[in-house]
Every structure is written in structure tokens, then in C-alpha cells.
Design a protein around this ligand. Structure first.
Ligand code: ZN
Length: 359
């Protein structure tokens, strides 16, 4: 028995779960999706042609309200994978129910697209293909993006390192310095560590027990000076870290744009799609200037314009056509075991154990 006739059934049964799991859907909508799926014939369809297979996929993956995001994403990812020989691994696709104009690549081969992005480029598969290519490239190039929380954690470590460095030089002040920093300053970087020397009244508790008078005043001055040095060292470390992080992240973004561009053109999409996406992004406030994670949008657009010269469309297309010809069958799909994403199988991902071992 071939599993090909099982694919649509598997998906229709479980796609309702994907949809109801997506919390933004209203109960009414989720119910209507389930109804549609229940009402659907459990037709078995042999993959006699890709066209037939795609028609069935369209039926399975389109929601009752007409939302066909998952079908369109399936078609794009499936084509991009085969045209670029990236079909040796399964891909996973999810639409994040938040109105944000963004997408990201995360976990194992997962491509995530925000609702807002899907909405803003709705009906333009060339534009969506550009985003898909960009996110696929982050995976293939193994770009690792730090989350905001991870970046904050690194900054805290750097503040602690600054304290440790100064504390090692001023051994008799070490305990006081560690105690001063143990609070808000390490956690948030808000205020100055020198303020804490004053606000703790010269560390009366600790210092007051052992010293007094002139000695105490000297010690207070040394603590203040040490605190200032910590502040300065921490500021240098933070600035260096953020500069390195910005540089690394920007170069990853340019690289994902460049490789993603080639992926989408090889798959037969119109390069103009990349300009369309960037123009949609460039209308987001703040996109004109570079941030830590992303270069400025005008810089990305300028780089994209130069790509049609660097990578002639005709030669990319013929490479893609050759890859498709070598691997002509549509890739199958199913509900990922995370139950939250659509899995697009690798080219070897729809083998049936009974076909493989008939006896
Ligand atoms: Zn990116």
C-alpha cells in the first residue's frame, strides 16, 4: 500500500488541530474549519500528476474562510526546496497569529511567518517567495540569532566581569564591591554603581564595623573610584559586544538576502518580489535606520538591486529547472509532530515501509 493516498487523510484529520491550536482563531472560526474538514470526502488520490496532487493540497490546506496561507506556503517551500536541492531535509512552516510584519527562522528547519506579513503581501507569491528564501538561507547558512533575552543576559555577564576585574585588583574592597553591584545595577544597568556607594551611606554596615574617621573616608574614596572604574570597564565591554553583535547580525542579514534571492529566482519566481517585500518593510517606522539585528532597509534594497547583475536571472532559472527535472515529483506534506506546523517532507520522506520491504 502506498502512503500517498494516506497523506491527504492524515492532514485533513489533523489540520483541524493545527488551526484550533492557533489561539487567535475565534471559536466560531475554529469550528467552521473542523466542520469543513469533517465534511470532506476522505478521498484517496494517487499522485498520478503533480497537478492533481496540488489540487488536493489546495483543498486540504485552505480554510473555510478562504484563507489559503498554508497552501501557498506549501507550494512555495516545496518548489524552492526542489529547485535548490534543499529537499534532502523536511521543512516546517507556521503562521504566527500576530499582526507583525516579520518572519523568522528557528528550531529545526522551521520557517515562521507573522500574520501581518502574510496580510501585507497577500496575493503576491513572488514577494512571499523572497521571504521564504531569506528564512531558508538563515537555516542553510546556520545563522544563529541571539534573542533579546539572550543579549540582555550577556550584558549582565559583562557587568559582572567588570566588577570581578576591579575586585581582583582591590582585594580588600572586593566584598564591598560585589555587594554594591548585587542589586539593580547588574540586572538592569540602570543608574550608576557609584550611586550605590553613596546610597548605601558608604556601606556603613560593612565598613563601619572595622574602620572609622580618616581611614573610613579614604576607603569611601577608594570605593567610589573603584565603582567608577567598574562603570567605565562595563561600558566599554557593552559597547564592544553590541558592535560585534550588530556587525555579525547585519552580515547574516545581507547574506540571507543574497542567498535567498538566488533560491527564489532558481525556483522560477520574479526577482521583483524581493523589492516589493523590502518596500513593504520600509514603510514600518524605524526601518530607515539600522538596528542591532537588521541593516537599514534602504541599504538592503540597494544590495538587492545589484543582484540581478551579479546573478543573471536566466542562468539561475536554468539551474533551477535542471534541479526540478532531476527531481520532478511534488514533495508530500503532513502535520508536524509539534502539532503546530505544516511539515513539507524531504524527497525521501514519503516512502512506505511496505513498499520498501514488500516481503
Ligand atoms: Zn533575517
Amino acid at each position: 500500500m502506498s502512503n500517498l493516498n494516506r497523506v491527504p487523510t492524515l492532514l485533513t484529520a489533523s489540520f483541524a488541530v493545527v488551526i484550533s491550536a492557533i489561539s487567535v482563531m475565534s471559536t466560531a472560526q475554529a469550528k467552521s474549519v473542523a466542520e469543513v474538514i469533517d465534511a470532506k470526502d476522505q478521498v484517496s488520490i494517487l499522485k498520478s500528476s503533480n497537478r492533481e496532487f496540488y489540487d488536493q493540497a489546495q483543498e486540504n490546506l485552505t480554510l473555510r474562510d478562504g484563507n489559503d496561507d498554508y497552501y501557498v506556503l506549501y507550494r512555495i517551500v516545496e518548489r524552492m526546496a526542489r529547485a535548490n536541492r534543499l529537499d534532502d531535509r523536511p521543512w516546517r512552516v507556521t503562521v504566527v497569529p500576530e499582526y507583525d510584519i516579520n518572519a523568522f527562522a528557528t528550531n529545526v528547519n522551521l520557517l515562521a511567518f507573522f500574520n501581518g506579513l502574510m496580510d501585507q503581501i497577500h496575493g503576491d507569491p513572488n514577494a512571499l517567495a523572497c521571504v521564504v528564501g531569506h528564512e531558508m538561507a538563515h537555516h542553510t547558512e546556520q545563522h544563529i540569532a541571539l534573542s533579546a533575552a539572550q543579549r540582555e543576559m550577556r550584558l549582565q555577564e559583562l557587568r559582572q566581569e567588570a566588577i570581578d576585574e576591579v575586585a581582583a585588583e582591590e582585594e580588600d574592597l572586593s566584598d564591598d564591591l560585589q555587594e554594591m553591584a548585587a542589586g539593580e545595577w547588574i540586572a538592569s544597568g540602570v543608574g550608576t554603581i557609584a550611586d550605590r556607594v553613596v546610597s548605601t551611606g558608604g556601606l556603613g554596615g560593612l565598613v563601619g564595623r572595622v574602620v572609622s574617621g580618616q581611614i573610613r573616608r579614604d576607603r569611601q574614596r577608594r570605593l567610589e573610584a573603584a565603582a567608577e572604574r567598574i562603570q567605565q570597564i562595563a561600558a566599554e565591554k557593552e559597547a564592544q559586544f553590541l558592535a560585534e553583535e550588530t556587525e555579525r547580525s547585519h552580515s547574516n542579514e545581507f547574506e540571507a538576502d543574497e542567498i535567498g534571492y538566488q533560491y527564489m529566482v532558481r525556483a522560477g519566481f520574479d526577482p521583483q518580489g524581493c523589492i516589493t517585500v523590502m518596500e513593504a518593510i520600509s514603510r514600518i517606522p524605524g526601518s530607515q535606520t539600522a538596528g542591532i539585528t537588521h541593516p537599514s532597509t534602504p541599504d538592503r534594497i540597494a544590495a538587492l538591486w545589484s543582484m540581478s547583475t551579479t546573478y543573471p536571472t536566466a542562468s539561475l532559472r536554468s539551474e533551477g529547472d535542471a534541479n526540478i527535472a532531476a527531481n520532478p515529483n511534488a514533495l508530500t506534506y503532513g502535520l508536524s509532530r509539534d502539532r503546530m506546523s505544516l511539515r513539507i517532507d524531504s524527497r525521501s520522506g514519503s516512502m512506505d515501509i511496505d513498499d520498501l520491504l514488500p516481503e
